[in-house]
Design a protein around this ligand. Structure first.
Ligand SMILES: Nc1nc2c(ncn2[C@@H]2O[C@H](COP(=O)(O)OP(=O)(O)O)[C@@H](O)[C@H]2O)c(=O)[nH]1
Ligand SMILES: [Mg+2]
Length: 301
């Protein structure tokens, strides 16, 4: 018997309509919160890498923005980052939401079924549907031209093993691409900005979240013992009225967003954080190349 099994590794992109649970699945695979999640469409705006390392195996997941028809330059950037993510992958996860399968999901399936890589069709959120609804749906979908068909619940971590086993089988022999303690390629500042943005998504309604961008201006005191990291960040929104809502009565909304974000950031950075947030209006920034650059949405990896 071989004492050392072959090392396997590869890249796996996760695609699908907005809100089906792609980022939740990637976080579940990596075991830590690498990508922010929310019940809003288009929470994810970049291709985000999450690395799962096991003995003799490394799978690099690429979480992507939800596939949609872009309506502004930000949307075009987002769809470009999905295209980039598909370049050079070893396998593709196509995801559906079992509670809400739409025609556009099937169109996406048929479009990407043609990619010459191994494909898993993942039907997520099965914790939310009962067997009578699930059975015929799974029956219908099992006829799709994919290499594996896996119903699961990313949030409840049900059915993940079956996906991991399938992907493991598909991964080619290859090197360990990243150190085992590396779980993402996102710079710390981007992680911090994303955590702040997540709290705005979770606390605000209607159209406001779509027009929010976060810029981390500075981070000071990192790694210094007995000291908090001081972080200054701007939250941009598109209208004066949105600014009022973001700040809230006597500043209570901004305070709540700041408190929640601080908790997440402290957990990630492992140090106390002093978070200073400012709200600014940048009309139509989603159509301005220079604003997109400021907010980190132009330099695709
Ligand atoms: N009930 C249930 N909700 C889920 C599951 N996976 C994700 N969600 C929720 O679906 C919403 C969208 O998830 P997210 O990962 O941001 O979706 P994405 O836009 O595809 O990345 C969030 O509110 C998640 O908590 C699941 O397995 N079951
Ligand atoms: Mg996402």
């Amino acid at each position: 018997m071989d004492k050392k099994k072959q090392y396997r590794s590869g890249f796996v992109a996760i695609i699908g309509r907005p809100n089906v649970g792609k980022s939740t699945l990637m976080n579940a695979m990596v075991g830590e919160k690498v990508a922010i999640t929310s019940s809003r469409a288009q929470t994810t705006r970049n291709r985000i890498m999450g690395v799962m390392t096991k003995e003799n195996l490394q799978i690099v997941f690429l979480d992507t923005p939800g596939l949609h028809q872009p309506r502004n330059k930000l949307g075009e950037y987002m769809m470009g980052s999905v295209k980039d993510a598909l370049d050079g992958i070893d396998a593709l996860i196509m995801m559906l939401d079992a509670t809400d399968v739409r025609n556009v999901d099937i169109e996406i399936l048929h479009k990407y079924e043609r990619l010459p890589v191994k494909k898993a069709l993942v039907v997520n959120k099965i914790d939310q549907v009962n067997g009578e609804i699930l059975a015929p749906l799974l029956d219908r979908l099992s006829e799709e031209e994919v290499d594996a068909f896996i119903p699961l619940s990313a949030q409840k971590r049900k059915g993940l093993d079956s996906l991991i086993d399938t992907l493991t089988e598909w991964m080619p022999e290859g090197p360990q691409y990243f150190p085992e303690d590396m779980i993402t390629d996102q710079p710390e500042r981007q992680m911090v900005a994303e955590m702040i943005r997540e709290k705005t998504l979770r606390n605000l309604r209607d159209e406001i979240p779509h027009g929010i961008g976060v810029e981390v201006l500075s981070m000071e005191g990192e790694g210094e013992e007995n000291r908090a990291i001081t972080i200054h960040a701007n939250i941009f929104c598109e209208k004066e009225s949105h600014k009022g809502i973001l700040i809230g009565k006597k500043g209570d909304m901004l305070r709540r967003i700041g408190e929640q974000a601080r908790g997440d950031i402290e957990k990630t950075l492992g140090q106390k954080v002093n978070l200073q947030l400012w709200v600014k209006v940048k009309p139509d920034w989603r159509n301005s190349m220079s604003d997109l650059r400021t907010l980190g949405y132009t330099d695709r990896a």
